[in-house]
Design a protein around this ligand. Structure first.
Ligand SMILES: Cc1ncc(COP(=O)(O)O)c(C=O)c1O
Length: 354
């Protein structure tokens, strides 16, 4: 039985992408060689890189004056790399959860940081709003979706300074106006592919403002000039990203997946709000369509619910330790059917334990 994978990341991927990638590992393009044993500078791999980039550009509508990079080190490396390359004196951060905090911690290594808004007072269960973006900072850093707490920015500020966004857990899940941002980064392992590659979309003219000496591999210019091939790129993760984005394009692209994601989230939250056993943890207006955090009103029943979920083929529901309870991650490749199975389980659980 195929599992219903609600894991927060690495997350569920489309069957077609996994199948295609498995075939490429065994026999790439009928060449008699594995994708894993060919040169990253070969014509065949070059075609993969070109296709992956062009799908990112097409699906997100990336303007021509931006570079699209596939880097290593995860989104966590971007926390430092952003600051190293862009922080001259002071940077503004919105503190909306653990990942934003980690980004702030790294930026502090390179300059001053100003937390211009925070939701720490309520354990990050809402998105900070109503702040003014200071004009004396080098950039504003925001996190579009807070994977651990289950909150999502529904709109982005009109920033008078360059805006940087960590979109690790909701990239490609809804249309975004890329031109509002100067740099977007995202670890691939939620909506885009496997762990091991990080997408960076960067406006070319945002660079070159710091005099800092930056190690070669940590400099965006290195990877822009090298076309993500300065060193050996993670060929397999890039291939899986390409196959995943091909799937996304085939089902109608980002506007189509947004509708599906909305339907999944509506179905799920309607159940949480009507089921007497459960309660959501976040402010309703800020609830994430990707990660839904919820609790049992009687926490003593948690193990029973998880056991029943496991028996129904549902995995990955246990909440992050800083929130507790449960988290249902509903990334792009999770079928609506899986959410139907989960909501039915919640109904059944309420009936059995009433
Ligand atoms: C929003 C967000 N940012 C950053 C990270 C860290 O990503 P990585 O593990 O690729 O360094 C995660 C991981 O879950 C995340 O959800």
């Amino acid at each position: 039985m195929k599992k219903h994978n609600f894991g927060a990341g690495p997350g569920v991927l489309p069957d077609s992408a996994i199948q295609k990638s498995a075939e490429a590992v065994l026999n790439f393009n009928g060449s008699g060689l594995s994708l894993l044993e060919i040169s990253h500078r070969s014509k065949d791999f070059d075609a993969v890189m070109v296709q992956a980039k062009s799908l990112v550009k097409e699906l997100l509508g990336v303007p021509d004056n931006y570079s699209i990079l596939f880097l290593q080190g995860g989104a966590s490396t971007q926390f430092a790399m952003v600051a190293m390359n862009l922080l001259v004196k002071k940077a503004a951060y919105v503190e909306s959860g653990v990942w934003a905090n980690k980004a702030i911690k790294e930026a502090k290594l390179f300059g001053e940081t100003q937390v211009i808004a925070t939701s720490k007072d309520k354990n990050f269960n809402y998105i900070p709003k109503g702040y003014t973006v200071p004009t004396d900072c080098d950039y504003l850093h925001v996190t579009s979706n807070n994977t651990i707490y289950g909150t999502q920015m529904k709109s982005f500020p009109d920033s008078p300074i360059p805006m940087i966004c960590d979109m690790s857990s909701d990239i490609f899940s809804r249309p975004v106006d890329v031109s509002k941002f100067d740099l977007i980064y995202a670890g691939a392992q939620k909506n885009m592919g496997p762990a091991g590659v990080t997408l960076v979309i960067i406006k070319n003219d945002v660079l070159g403002k710091t005099e800092r000496t930056i190690p070669t591999m940590m400099k965006y210019e290195t990877h822009i000039e090298g076309d993500s091939l300065y060193n050996t790129p993670p060929v397999f993760p890039i291939y899986v990203c390409m196959a995943t984005l091909e799937w996304l394009k085939a089902i109608g692209g980002v506007p189509a997946i947004e509708k599906i994601n909305q339907a999944k989230a509506d179905l799920f939250y309607a159940e949480v709000d009507s089921n007497p056993m459960f309660v959501g943890t976040c402010e309703k207006e800020d609830r994430s369509n990707m990660n839904a955090c919820f609790l049992l009103k009687n926490p003593e029943l948690e193990e029973d619910f998880l056991k029943m979920a496991k028996d129904a083929g549902i995995i990955g529901l246990k909440g992050h330790r800083s929130v507790g309870g449960f988290r249902a991650s509903m990334y792009n490749a999770l079928p609506l059917e899986s959410v139907k199975v989960l909501t039915q389980l919640m109904k059944d659980f309420a009936l059995i334990t009433a």
